[in-house]
Design a protein around this ligand. Structure first.
Ligand code: ADP
Ligand code: MG
Length: 139
């Protein structure tokens, strides 16, 4: 059975722009239940660990600098078909290609500063959730 959970974080561009509330509202209105949530920062080293799978990509160093530049809001979300439905709600990586009404279309600044993360599989959702919430009670 699918886990019915996914992992997201609101990224530094969106927290700096004051969009934590607006994005969280869209997530809840789309039927996701927030199971765990924090307001935190990543060091450059921790950002590097989180995005390790991208370490050979040209944008990796910039991405780690950006992701450690400000406040982030990691969350674990629950809903039927959570991973796929959440990817649909956030839209394409590049906001210029994101569909109207998606979170990235509405709030992202660029392909890098794209407002939110969304896990790409049940397996990664579990790994990424544990990265921020290991040992923390989830409701
Ligand atoms: P997604 O977040 O949509 O799953 P990826 O996993 O491919 O996208 O990339 C992880 C993150 O790296 C993106 O959300 C974005 O912040 C950044 N990124 C991806 N592609 C680029 C790019 N070509 N230039 C700069 N940053 C990028
Ligand atoms: Mg990805």
């Amino acid at each position: 059975m699918a886990t019915n959970r996914t992992f997201t974080m609101i990224k530094p561009d969106a927290t700096a722009a004051g969009n934590i509330g607006a994005i969280t509202k869209m997530i809840e209105e789309a039927g996701f239940r927030i199971v765990a949530m924090r307001l935190t920062h990543l060091s450059r080293e921790r950002a590097g660990q989180f995005y390790e799978v991208h370490k050979e990509r040209g944008f990796y160093a910039d991405l780690c600098a950006y992701m450690s530049s400000g406040t982030i809001v990691p969350m674990i979300l629950e809903k039927e078909n959570a991973v796929a439905d959440f990817r649909k709600l956030i839209g394409a990586t590049n906001p210029e290609q994101a569909e109207a009404g998606t979170i990235r279309k509405m709030f992202a600044k660029s392909i890098e500063a794209n407002a939110v993360h969304g896990s790409d599989s049940d397996e990664n959702a579990a790994i990424e959730g544990a990265f921020f919430f290991a040992g923390i009670q989830q409701y």
